[in-house]
Design a binder for this molecule. Structure first.
Ligand SMILES: [Zn+2]
Length: 351
């Protein structure tokens, strides 16, 4: 059989006659997408990876049936604008390009995305419009330059896996606790100094990788998460060194004393305060940040003692590891701190 050089046009003609729904132009040394590809309006899967494509033709918007697009290993510098018009897209792969910019208007229109892979690019930030991706289940931004994540990530209520490994993140959004479907969170090799307290409210979190960060302690009640795997080596965890109390009695502000009284009364459903509180929304908001003493379970608002307790991963969290991790705990007073029989150690004076 005679050797026939590959021709995109011939392939497109064949695909047109065959009414193909899937088309593959991987590794064809393309520097742009031939416009004839835009005539394959039946396509649901288009793969263009391993080329050197640096932009997409505007006519690509004629592929309105497209649900999966692979542009991995190319030369894109930003997420192409035309993608914002491909509203049926469910899976979008943009790994290993040179993307620095994710335009908000493009991101805001990809409402049906389920999988978004932006691995190995140079992205510093994702726009708040990410909240539009309300069906997103897998978000992967591995090996980029992310310095922050917008709080709007918390609106991705279908998100089950998020990979943020190898970035520059100093923290994760406080709103993360709203991603109640999250089962796997990879945030290794960042600059995390703490995890958001709300992370302990994620009811399905099974895999957490925070290795190679700057964590000193895990959030309050962290050990109650249903974790099966935890990776946390290479952090700066506090060591088990008992600190004795220097002060016996603290003087609470009037505001704190009143707050503690109101919070305590609010627990009694027959009290007048419990009945009246819902009619004072500004007070309810103020008291919403209250916590509860790890020793006596009494409520407090803004004054506490910052402590840690050490949790055995195997015994207390059911993770296969012999390691012990420090978990943050808040105590209401030196009186509780000085009580015998608890395993809480002071780390720094309460604020
Ligand atoms: Zn207490």
């Amino acid at each position: 059989m005679a050797y026939q050089p590959f021709s995109v046009k011939d392939e497109v003609v064949r695909a047109l006659y065959g009414r193909s729904t899937s088309f593959n132009l991987n590794a064809k040394k393309l520097s742009n997408v031939p416009e004839c590809v835009c005539r394959l309006t039946n396509l649901s899967v288009l793969s263009l990876s391993y080329n050197s494509i640096s932009g997409l033709p505007a006519k690509l918007l004629s592929l309105q049936q497209l649900t999966e697009l692979n542009l991995g290993n190319n030369a894109l510098k930003e997420v192409p604008a035309v993608l914002g018009h491909l509203e049926s897209l469910k899976k979008l792969y943009l790994f290993r390009n040179q993307i620095t910019a994710v335009p908000p208007d493009v991101m805001g229109r990809l409402r049906n995305l389920v999988v978004l892979n932006l691995n190995h690019n140079k992205i510093q930030r994702l726009p708040p419009e990410i909240y539009s991706l309300s069906k997103l289940q897998h978000l992967s931004v591995l090996d980029n330059k992310l310095e922050e994540l917008p709080d709007e990530v918390g609106q991705l209520t279908e998100l089950s896996e998020m990979n943020l490994t190898f970035n520059e993140l100093p923290c994760l959004p406080q709103q993360l606790y709203r991603c109640r479907e999250l089962t796997k969170l990879h945030a290794a090799r960042n600059k995390l100094i703490s995890l958001p307290e709300g992370i302990t409210k994620l009811p399905k979190l099974q895999v957490l990788d925070v290795a190679g960060n700057k964590l000193s302690v895990f959030p309050v009640e962290f050990h109650l998460l249903p974790l099966k795997e935890l990776y946390c080596e290479g952090n700066r965890f506090v060591q088990c060194e008992p600190v004795s109390s220097l002060q016996d009695v603290e003087v609470l502000t009037l505001k704190e004393q009143v707050a503690r009284f109101v919070l305590q009364e609010d627990r009694n459903k027959f009290s007048l305060i419990h009945t009246m509180l819902p009619h004072h929304p500004h007070l309810t908001t103020l008291l919403a940040s209250a916590s509860c003493c790890a020793v006596c379970r009494s409520p407090f608002l803004t004054t506490w003692l910052e402590c840690v307790h050490f949790v055995h991963l195997k015994k207390d969290v059911k993770v296969k590891s012999l390691q012990t991790i420090p978990v943050r705990a808040l105590l209401c007073s030196y009186k509780c701190f000085n009580r015998d029989g608890h395993g809480y150690y002071g780390v720094q004076p309460g604020k």
